[in-house]
Structure formats: C-alpha cells, structure tokens
Design a protein around this ligand. Structure first.
Ligand code: NAD
Ligand code: DAO
Ligand code: ZN
Length: 374
C-alpha cells in the first residue's frame, strides 16, 4: 500500500516527505495506522549520522500511537480496531530476559531490530523500488507501519493519540525510571540533571513516589519554570556554581541534601562527566545514581572505586524499566486518571509536512516535545 512518510535518505540531510510503499504484515506482524508521533532527540541523533548503528535510508520515529488495521497469520494478542502504542523494547514473554522478571530488555528480536530489519530479516517499507530500513522496530514517521506483535502494547481506547504517543518513549522513560528503576521511596531527596523531555518526567515520577526534595539541574534557566510545575523544589544552574566546576557542583548539591548527598540522582543529559558527578552526589552508604541519558558513541564513565565501597550504587534504565506490553498501558492509564501530566510537555503540534522545522526547533533547544498529527 502507499503511505505518507518522512524518509531519511542519508545522514545529516533534511527528511523527504513523500509517498512510500508498505508491504502487508507477515506472520506474527501487525499493521498499525499511526495517528500521532512524538519527535525525540534520539531521532535527531540518528539523523545526524553520529549513531554508529544508524542505517539509511530509514523511516525514523519511535514514539507513536494508533489503531491496528490488519494482523498477520498467528497474531492473537491484538486485533483490528485495537488502540495501540508500538514499543521499541518488545516483550516476548518467552526469552531468558522476559522470564527472569528482572529486566525489560527482551532479547527476542534484538539482532534484526538493531539492523533495521523485521524479525524474518526483510524490510516492509520501500521507496522508488528500493528497501527502506525500519527504525527501532517502530518507524512512526509514517502514517502506517508494520511492527512485530511482541512490540505492540494495547492501550485504553479513550486515550488521545496526540498525547499518549509520548508515552512510547519520554514519559515512560522518566516516570518509569523513578517508579520501577530506582523505586524512589517517600520522603527522599533527589537530584535530576537535564530538565528536558525525560528529566521532567523523572521529576513528576519522583513527586508521585513522595520525594520531599527534588533538585533540578540545568544549564538553561528557562527550563526551571516547567520543572517547578512538575514537582521540582529547588533549581541549580551549574554555570552559577564556580563557573561550571563539577566538583563544586557536587559539593553544593550534597550540602543542599543535608551534608551526605541525595538518596537518588538521575542523569538525563547524556554528559558523562555529569554521570560521574551524579554518582559522587549520591548519599554515602546507600545513594542510588541512575543513568538515563545516552552518551555519545565511545564515551566512558569512571569514578574512584572508593565511591562504591562507601555505599553509593550505580544503575541505568532503558525505557524506564518498563516491560513493553505490560507496563506501557499502565502509564497511559496513569495519564487518563490524572496521576501524571503529559499535555503540558507537548509544546507544539504540527502536520508531517513541517517535520524538518521541528528538528530545527529541537536543535535550538526550543520547547519540550513536538508531536506530528497525521
Ligand atoms: P532534552 O534535550 O529535551 O533535554 C536535555 C536537557 O539537558 C536540556 O534541558 C539541556 O539544557 C540540559 N543539559 C544539556 N547539557 C547539560 C549540562 N552539561 N548540564 C546541565 N544540563 C544540561 O533531551 P531529553 O529528550 O530529555 O533526553 C535526555 C537524554 O535521555 C538524552 O541523552 C536521550 O538520548 C536520553 N534518553 C534515554 C532513554 C533511556 O531509555 N535511557 C530514553 C529516551 C531518551
Ligand atoms: O536490548 O540491547 C538492547 C537495547 C535496548 C534499547 C535501549 C534503548 C535505550 C535508550 C534509547 C534511547 C531512546 C529512544
Ligand atoms: Zn523477551
């Protein structure tokens, strides 16, 4: 079938909005009509050419919501008409990871997904007769996409696509990291670096879990106002602490948390020096530092081992520790019940034809999340 899509033909170039061809779902696959998609920094990172796993031509986008229109042979968990979110970490419920009950990092289709292919090793999209790769198993910058059944989360039929598409990445990553990753305890102290689309969701997750002090850290003071609305109690601009010296920032934050550090820290910028700083800012004896930001390819983190011997702990989360099919609908329900705010974070809604301008806005650090409504 013909579908409308934004195609990334090569790295570093604007997307081409045009008609592409999409094959029917193969066995075990699902055709979804996508009604809305968020645009995330990870899409921009891959488009820039810096992502070593990036493959071109590709249809980017991994933050979509829509309706199942057709299912391939053997599909039983969803049917045409179901409202769904495609998830970039699938949940097969059969692999060693899924059965462990300890992780959301399902391994069932990891290899082919990383290669931009469907589980049978082929592509579904093509443009001018040539195959086009799938992105993160989702490719939501198209008004129809084909996704493996194990990567389809069925959601509440009343949930508005234009809001809950953001649950497909940023919201779940942030809220889930506080709730399921770090398991923030009531009355705790928290530091969050990076008050963007992920960090603000960490903040609202920590508030929901009952944290008493939530310190937000960002070099852009314009981010503070929204962060306060989401539960931040204190704001620190690193540039104002000894001209950005991170040892001084650490000491400042430790002091703000009562002298021994924060019960929980969350790094949401991808800056590896800040990751080290956030481990050192965690409370002596029990502080938990959670890495969420994705660092540039090849970068490393490192602190003196003594920091760990004296009880600080390091973890990382992917998609907020959420199991794709089981937990994504729970975050949608939390939005529908008014427990979390998603709408305030969607700062622009645009048609697909304006998608390149949305990437430019993101580069300029404007807004939090732009959503494309098809
Ligand atoms: P964003 O650009 O919306 O927000 C980043 C914020 O960090 C901005 O407000 C920026 O001003 C601030 N910042 C940048 N450098 C800083 C510094 N040195 N000190 C303090 N603040 C700084 O990005 P986002 O969408 O919130 O994503 C944040 C990170 O999370 C990215 O690295 C992204 O790739 C990653 N991410 C991870 C997962 C996961 O599952 N682990 C999922 C989604 C996104
Ligand atoms: O299973 O090895 C794996 C990879 C899982 C995907 C992890 C994604 C985490 C960050 C992605 C950035 C946001 C879309
Ligand atoms: Zn699995």
């Amino acid at each position: 079938m013909d579908v409308r899509a934004a195609i990334a033909l090569e790295p570093g170039k604007p997307l081409i909005v045009d008609t592409v061809q999409l094959e029917e779902p193969h066995p075990g696959e699902v055709l979804i009509e996508i009604f809305s998609t968020g645009i995330c920094h990870t899409d921009a990172y891959t488009l820039s050419g810096k992502d070593p796993e990036g493959k071109f031509p590709v249809i980017l986008g991994h933050e979509g919501a829509g309706i199942v229109r057709q299912v391939g042979e053997g599909v039983t968990s969803v049917k045409p008409g179901d409202h769904v979110i495609p998830v970039y970490i699938p949940e097969c419920r059969q692999c060693v990871m899924c059965l462990s009950g300890k992780t959301n990092l399902c391994i069932a289709i990891r290899k082919t997904q990383g290669e931009g292919l469907m589980p049978d090793g082929t592509t579904r999209f093509s443009y001018k007769g040539k195959p086009v790769f799938t992105y993160m198993g989702c490719s939501t910058f198209a008004n129809y996409t084909v996704v493996p059944e194990i990567a389809v989360a069925k959601i509440n039929d009343d949930a508005p696509f234009s809001s809950v598409c953001y649950v497909g990445c940023g919201v779940t990553t942030g809220v889930g990291s506080a709730m399921w990753g770090a398991k923030v305890e009531p009355n705790s102290t928290v530091v969050v670096t990076g008050l963007g689309g992920v960090g603000l969701n960490v903040i609202q997750g920590c508030r929901m879990m009952g944290a008493r002090k939530i310190i937000g850290v960002d070099i852009n003071p314009a981010k503070a106002e929204m962060a306060r609305r989401f539960g931040m109690t204190d704001f620190v601009n690193p540039k104002e602490i000894d001209n950005g010296n991170l040892d001084a920032l650490r000491d400042h934050l430790i002091k703000m948390c009562g002298g021994w550090g924060a019960d929980y820290t969350f790094e949401c910028t991808g800056n590896t020096q800040l990751m080290d700083c956030m481990l050192e800012t965690a409370h002596r004896g029990w502080g938990l530092a959670c890495v969420i930001g994705v660092a540039a390819a090849g970068e490393k983190i490192g602190v003196r081992p003594f920091q760990l011997i004296t009880g600080r702990r390091w973890i990382g989360t992917a998609f907020g520790h959420a199991r794709g099919r089981t937990d994504t609908p729970k975050i949608v329900d939390m939005y529908m019940n008014g427990q979390i705010d998603v709408d305030s974070l969607i700062t622009a809604r645009i048609p697909l034809s304006e998608i390149n301008e949305a990437f430019e806005m993101m580069k300029r650090g404007e807004g939090i999340r732009t959503v494309v409504d098809y």
